[in-house]
Design a protein around this ligand. Structure first.
Ligand SMILES: [Zn+2]
Ligand SMILES: [Zn+2]
Length: 338
């Protein structure tokens, strides 16, 4: 079967490998039809992912078709189109026992820590398959990315009408916006890049935008009648931005770090205490988040139309991939078709 390896940073290789010989009783054999490309894949290509081993088969945002599955209580059968939850968890650690498989202490993400979906067939645990009879195969490949924002928003549980600030209008921030829209919160988007702000406003319908280069605190005060946002989500993964995000929050509010930085985030304790802030991190998502996103896309509460900006057939991915790294091409989501 056709397979693409990332042999080392900057070097993909399209080759033939053996099809899976069989699968365990709790697994299914699936045919990969769509692969979404995200920041993790781009970083792996650039050699900026600290924990990735080469060679690696990337691909964790997957829309697939079931080829063969044994008896199961999920109603899954050959021919079904499903989204894959790529977070392979142990099932026994403290996080798994408490229903937080997304932060399993020995979590392995398919296509990051183990070989993923840049190949024609893979085997996957049946309980990691999420079916929809309404979503297209493109939409099924977008579910994992939308889950990132959904998990963050579902942790912080905004109320309708409350002011919610999303810092960083890149793909991760846009997933937060999509989930926040479904909650009915009043969304403000912040970025330093005016193109990204325009995209969030014009394509995702966000009402308020603030350019961080232009007196952000003053503007947030104005927009919120002096209150400031009661929820702030940082989706930049930028240390300076994460440190500053404490300043944007209303008293009693919640600050959620969706983006991740390999550094120490610091804050001034009196400011933290004065507001009696809640600070949360958000990592991956749970099976419930996958169902939630699928429901929202099925009902139309999440509109996926603006999402896929670039496409390539599997055989042309290696040629096209470097272009997806170029900010000038304004990639939101590139999808590989098989
Ligand atoms: Zn991803
Ligand atoms: Zn575990």
């Amino acid at each position: 079967m056709k397979t693409i390896f990332l042999d080392q940073p900057g070097q993909f290789r399209l080759t033939e490998t053996q099809e899976p010989a069989g699968f365990a009783s709790d697994e299914a054999l699936v045919r990969v039809r769509r692969i979404g490309i995200c920041g993790t894949d781009l970083k792996a290509f650039e050699g900026k992912m600290p924990f990735i081993e080469y060679p690696r088969i990337l691909g964790h945002e997957l829309g697939v078709e079931i080829v063969e599955v044994g008896p199961n209580d999920r109603g899954l059968k050959a021919g079904d189109l499903v989204s894959i939850e790529p977070y392979l968890n142990c099932g026994t650690c403290i996080a798994c026992r408490r229903g937080k498989a997304n932060c399993c202490t020995s979590l392995k993400v398919l296509g990051v820590h183990t070989d993923g979906g840049m190949r024609e067939f893979i085997t996957v645990p049946v309980h990691k398959l999420h079916k929809s009879e309404k979503l297209t195969i493109d939409q099924l490949a977008l579910v994992e990315t939308l889950v990132i924002g959904a998990h963050a928003v579902r942790r912080a549980q905004p109320d309708p009408g409350e002011f919610l600030l999303v810092i960083g209008a890149g793909p991760i921030g846009l997933t937060v916006i999509e989930a926040a829209k479904a909650s009915g919160a009043e969304i403000i988007v912040m970025d330093i890049n005016q193109d990204r702000l325009n995209f969030a406003q014009q394509q995702l319908g966000v009402e308020h935008a603030v350019n961080v280069a232009n007196n952000p605190v003053e503007h947030l005060m104005e927009m919120t009648s002096g209150d400031m946002p009661t929820q702030v989500y940082d989706a930049t993964g930028n240390l300076q931005s994460m440190n500053r995000s404490f300043d944007y929050l209303a008293a009693g509010g919640k600050l959620v770090f969706v983006g991740l930085v390999k550094d120490d985030v610091t804050f001034h304790d009196p400011e933290f205490h004065r507001r009696e802030m809640t600070v949360m991190s958000s990592r991956n998502g749970t099976s419930d988040d996958f169902r939630w996103v699928i429901d929202k896309v099925e009902s139309g509460a999440i509109d996926t139309r603006p999402w896929i900006t670039h496409r390539a057939p599997f055989e042309q991915m290696i040629e096209q991939f470097p272009g997806w790294l170029d900010p000038a091409n304004r990639v939101i989501k590139a999808v590989v078709e098989l």
